[in-house]
Each structure stands twice: as C-alpha cells, then as structure tokens.
Unconditional design. Sequence first.
Length: 383
Amino acid sequence: MKTEELIRITEEIKPACLETMEMAKARQESLAKPPGSLGGLEDISVRIAGMTGKLINSVDKSCVAVFCADNGVCAEGVASAPQSVTMAQTVNFTRRLTGVGALAESFGSELLIVDMGVKDRIPESLYDEVPLRDTHKIINRRIRPETGETDNIAKGPAMTEAEALKALEAGIEMADAIAEAGYEIMGIGEMGIGNTSTSAALLSAITGCDAEDTVGRGGGVNDAGFARKKEIVNRASEALRKRGGINGPEEMIEALAQMGGFDICAMTGAYLGAARNRMPVVIDGYISVVAALAAYIICPDARDYMIASHKSFERGYAMAVDMLELKPFMALDMRLGEGSGCPVAFKIIKGACDVMANMATFEEAAIDDGYLEEIRGEDRFRK
C-alpha cells in the first residue's frame, strides 16, 4: 500500500448519519420514561443509529481484533515483563486463557488474533492465513517475517514508512474480514511487551507534551525503568514534538513509522476499516486509544464510529480520549490491555440498543405523557 491508496480508502469513510440520529433521539423521547433517565445508554443508542444508518440495531455478534507484536525498545529495560510473554500470551489467546479470552468466552464474543511481529517464534501449526476461518488460530501478517520486532526507538525509527503502511493495510484487512463475516460490532486490542512506551512516544509527538504527561508504569515497571522510559519517550518524540503536533495522513504515517509498533499501526488501520464499513468499534485502553487518535488524525470522520469503553488507569489515556471528544462509560481501574474492556462494553452497548428496540413508547404503554412537558423544557438533573 502507498500513502495515496490509504488516502483513497479514507475518502470512502462517511460521517455518521445525522438524520438517523435525530430519529433515534425522537424515539428516545417517546419511550415510557422521564427524558434522559437512561443517561449514557440513550447516548450510545443514538450514536449507534448514526453509525449504521438504522434506527433499530442489533449488536449480538461481536469480535475483538487482537494485534500482537514486539518492540525493540524493550532492550532499554523499559518493561517489567520479559518479551517472551508476548509470544506466550499470543498463544494463550487461542486457548482463551488470557483476560480478554476469558471475558470473550463469558460474554459470547469471538477473537481475531493477528501476529504482526512477535519476536519469539510461534508454532506453525497455530497459524492460519484466512481471517476468522478458525478463531482459535493466529493470522500471520508479520511485517518482518524473520526478526518480528520493530527497531529500537531509543536509537532511531521503529520502522520504515513502507512497513507502517503495510501494517495499516493489515488492520484494514482485518476490519473488512470482521464485517464480511457478519459481525455487528468490533473491538480493538493488542499484546506487545513495551507498547506503552511506543504509545506514549506517539502521543507525545501528537500532542507536543513531554513524557511527564504521557508515560505511566505500564505493567508495573520499577523506578529505574520508569525514569529510563520517560527519557526514551522524550528523546524519540523530540523532533516531532517541536513541530507542535501532527497534522494529516502524511505526518501521521511518518510519526507511526518513527515511534509506533506494528501492533499500533495495524490497530490504527482497523479503526479506519471499521469506519469504512460503518461498523461500531470499541476502544479498549491506552494503546487502543492512542491508535484511535492516530486514525482520527488520518481521517477525522473515523471518530464517528468509535466508542470509548473504560477509563484506563494508564497516564495519558485521559488526554487522548479528550482529544477524541469521547467519554468512556466504565470506570473499573482496568489497565490490562488486550482488548479486555471490549467484551464487557459490548454487553452494555447491546443493552442500549435493546432498550431502543424493545421498550414501550408512552402510546404503547397507554400513558399520558403530558406531565413531562415541564421536565422536557428544562434539564434539572445536570444543574
């Protein structure tokens, strides 16, 4: 893929349908309840209507795309876990033994597991080339088939721009596969030791903020590793921070190549692919929200299809989600990643859509709603 082709793909992304959203708001007003009394659930149902262009929606069939990759910056001692964990957990996704795996099993979601560049070799018997043919297999889209991981951002760019574009293309491909398989909603997760460092560097480049505002402890790195992590993020993002931010697709691709992981690049592509398919897509935690922000910078209309699930414990999350002007609806102090917030969020979103579909209107419930006229004219609950 070339930059021009990516831009052409983003031109196919259309904003949410405002007419359908107005219809959804009107239906919410007609349901047998005080106006606004279901709070965020009402907002979710209205947004989903705008995404799909349909007033009544089902999100029964859900899938989390989990992009797995290692990062060369781990050589700098910025992570609490060894890189071997990336491979072990990528394999464990196939067995549903991880956090997102257990939650997906519990809530009836599927996983699409993608190897974008795991350093340690995964057994060939676990690979499949066709997405979703067997959801207990791993899709091989390794950008560097031999070495797997990116280069060390402490010493130079993580990858070439051609590699970043190839990873973006893989993410778009996975979103297309999820849509074509009939899933109604998707989530974006990841696995990659060191990827809170690459995410923080990318967020610093986007915002111009230094590491004090973007770097957290990830999986629990010690004080020495934490200090080193901030030093590397500042150094890696310095040149782009001095520009005062990232504008447009070309600069975003440059930033992804400089500091992103193969996982983050693919996640960015998956958000774009979901938007092109008019599919709701759920953001998980820190790495997921930084990739969402990158997709937004490449194509602002892609944000219309994003739903923020939980407020991540990781530093920098709030900054990224605020820039997207999205509001997470769960506060559980989660910081696992993997896409673990997505299966939980899917059920809340399903509830929001089911209320829109199944709750009686005042007319159907034989209730005279005249008593609500005064309430409708004044929002007393937000004062």
